[in-house]
Design a binder for this molecule. Structure first.
Ligand code: CMC
Length: 432
C-alpha cells in the first residue's frame, strides 16, 4: 500500500513546562488525526484511550464510515448500491484489489475461488474430533486455525504470491468449513461443493441438501444470502479486524490471524449480537410484552440487543438494506405473519420514538433484522455468527494484506497506565 496521508498543520500541546508540536494529518475524508508517534520521546507521556474511542490505529484505503451521517463505503462505493447492484464475489474483488473488476478479471477471480472450495479430505476428519454439541463458532475458531497446518505452502507473509493464494483459499473454503460446522451440529453428512453453482447458492446447498432427496436452491434466498454476505464483508477497524491486524503485525500466518478474528467476533457485543437479538425477540414473544421489556432496558437491567453502535449514531445503513431483505425472505417463504417480525417492527417503532433511545442515538443495527431473516431461512441461532465470520473473512484478509503491504507498519504494542504495586521485596511463604 502506498501511504497517502497528507500533512494538514500542527497541533501544540503543553505538558507541564514542555511544549510539543505534533503534526496534523489529513485523509481523503473524515476527521483529521494528530500524529502522536513522537510524543513519548519528546514529552515522556503516553496517551490514554481505552476502547480506542479517539485513536486511529492505522492508515487504510478500504472502508469508510461516517457514523453521524449513517454512511458506509467500500472503496468509495455506498453499501446500499453494492447490495442492490453487485454480488458478494465482485465485492470481494473490490475489497482485495481496490477497484471493481472488468468482466475478464471477474471471470478469472470467480474461477479461482470456485476451484479452491474443496477441503483436504483429511481435514474433513478434523471435524469429527469435536463434541457433537459443540458450538459451531468453536469449530470455526479451531478449523480455520488448523488450515495453516494443511496449507503450509501459503503461510510466508512476505511472499506476495503466497499472500494471494492464502486469501483465495480462505474466501473459497470458508463456506465449506461453515457448512460442515452446521452439518456436524445437526448430525447430517457433509455435502461437497458444486463448482457450477454461485457462491451463495453453493453455500445454501452445502447447508441444507441431504442425500435422501434433491435440493433446489430458492433464488430469493440465494440472493438474500449474497446480500447478507455483502453487508457483513467489511466494517473498518472494529474489534475483530483490529484483532486480525494486531495478530498479523507480529508476522503470524494469515490463517492464524483470521482464527483470532473469529474468536473476537464471537463476543456478544460484536458478532454474537445477532444471536442475542433473536433470543431477545423470542423472550419478548408477543407485542403486548414490549412495554414491560423496554422498561427493563430503561432500568438498566439489560440492553436492547441489535440496537446501538460504537460508530453509528444514526441509522445503520446496513440495517436499512437488511430490513428490506428480511421482508423479501419472509414473503418468499410465506412467513409474513411471523410473530417475531411483528415484535421486531413494534420494538423498532417504539425505540425510534422513545426519548430514552432517541437521546442516546440508539438506532437498530444490522443484527436486529439479520437474526429474523437467517432464522426464517432455516439457520439455528448458533449459526448466525458463523455466517458473519464467513462474510467478514474477505474484509479481514483485505485489511491484513493492506497492513503487511504498508511501509509504515510496525508490530502493534500499546502501552498502559500502571496502577499496580510499585517495586517491593519478595516475602517467603512462612512470613506472609
Ligand atoms: N440498549 C440500551 N442502552 C444502550 C444500548 C442498548 N443496546 N447501547 C448503548 N446503550 C446506552 C448505554 O447504557 C449508555 O447510556 P448512558 O449514557 O445513560 O450510560 C449509552 O447508551 C452509551 O452506551 P455505550 O456503552 O457507551 O456505547 P458504546 O458505543 O460503547 O456501545 C455497543 C456500543 C454496540 C457495544 C452497544 O450499543 C451495545 O451493547 N449494543 C447491543 C449489542 C449489539 O447490538 N451489538 C452489535 C453491534 S453491530 C454489529 C457489529 O458491528 O459488531
Amino acid at each position: 500500500m502506498e501511504n497517502k496521508v497528507a500533512p494538514g498543520g500542527v497541533a501544540h500541546m503543553q505538558i507541564g513546562d514542555k511544549s510539543v508540536e505534533l503534526p496534523i494529518l489529513k485523509g481523503s475524508t473524515g476527521p483529521d488525526v494528530v500524529d502522536i508517534r513522537k510524543l513519548y520521546a519528546e514529552a515522556d507521556v503516553f496517551t490514554y484511550d481505552p476502547g480506542f474511542t479517539s485513536t486511529a490505529s492505522c492508515e487504510s484505503q478500504i472502508t469508510y464510515i461516517d457514523g453521524d451521517a449513517g454512511i458506509l463505503l467500500y472503496r468509495g462505493y455506498p453499501i446500499d448500491e453494492l447490495a442492490e447492484n453487485s454480488s458478494f464475489l465482485e465485492v470481494c474483488y473490490l475489497l482485495l484489489h481496490g477497484e471493481l473488476p472488468t468482466a475478464t478479471q471477474f471471470a478469472e477471480f470467480e474461477r479461482t475461488i470456485t476451484y479452491h472450495t474443496m477441503l483436504h479430505e483429511q481435514f474433513d476428519r478434523f471435524f469429527q474430533t469435536f463434541r457433537r454439541d459443540a458450538h459451531p463458532m468453536a469449530i470455526m475458531v479451531g478449523a480455520v486455525g488448523a488450515l495453516s497446518a494443511f496449507y503450509h505452502d501459503s503461510t510466508n507473509v512476505h511472499d506476495e504470491k503466497q499472500r494471494q493464494i492464502s486469501a483465495h483459499r480462505m474466501i473459497a473454503k470458508m463456506p465449506t468449513i461453515a457448512a460442515r460446522a452446521f452439518k456436524y451440529a445437526v448430525g447430517q453428512p457433509f455435502v461437497y461443493p458444486r463448482n457450477e453453482l454461485g457462491y451463495a447458492d453453493n453455500f445454501l446447498r452445502m447447508c441444507f441438501a441431504v442425500p435422501a432427496e434433491d435440493y433446489k436452491v430458492n433464488q430469493v434466498l440465494a440472493k438474500a444470502m449474497d446480500k447478507i454476505f455483502i453487508l457483513h464483508a467489511d466494517h473498518e477497524q472494529n474489534a475483530s479486524t483490529s484483532t486480525v491486524r494486531l495478530a498479523g503485525s507480529s508476522g503470524a500466518n494469515p490463517f492464524a490471524c483470521i482464527a483470532a478474528g473469529i474468536a473476537c467476533l464471537w463476543g456478544p457485543s460484536h458478532g454474537g449480537a445477532n444471536e442475542e437479538a433473536l433470543n431477545m425477540l423470542k423472550e419478548i414473544g408477543t407485542v403486548d410484552r414490549i412495554p414491560e421489556y423496554v422498561q427493563g432496558v430503561k432500568d438498566r437491567r439489560y440492553r436492547l440487543m441489535g440496537f446501538g453502535h460504537r460508530v453509528y449514531k444514526n441509522y445503520d445503513p446496513r440495517a436499512k438494506v437488511m430490513q428490506k431483505t428480511c421482508h423479501e425472505v419472509l414473503d418468499a417463504l410465506g412467513k409474513r405473519d411471523e410473530p417475531l417480525l411483528q415484535v421486531a417492527m413494534e420494538l423498532e417503532r417504539i425505540a425510534l420514538s422513545d426519548p430514552y433511545f432517541v437521546e442516546r442515538k440508539l438506532y437498530p443495527n444490522i443484527d436486529f433484522y439479520s437474526g429474523i431473516t437467517l432464522s426464517a431461512m432455516g439457520f439455528p441461532s448458533e449459526m448466525f455468527t458463523v455466517l458473519f465470520a464467513l462474510a467478514r473473512t474477505v474484509g479481514w484478509i483485505a485489511q491484513w494484506k493492506e497492513m503487511i503491504e504498508d511501509p509504515s507498519q510496525k508490530i502493534g504494542r500499546p502501552r498502559q497506565v500502571y496502577t499496580g504495586p510499585v517495586q517491593r521485596s519478595f516475602v517467603p511463604i512462612d512470613k506472609r
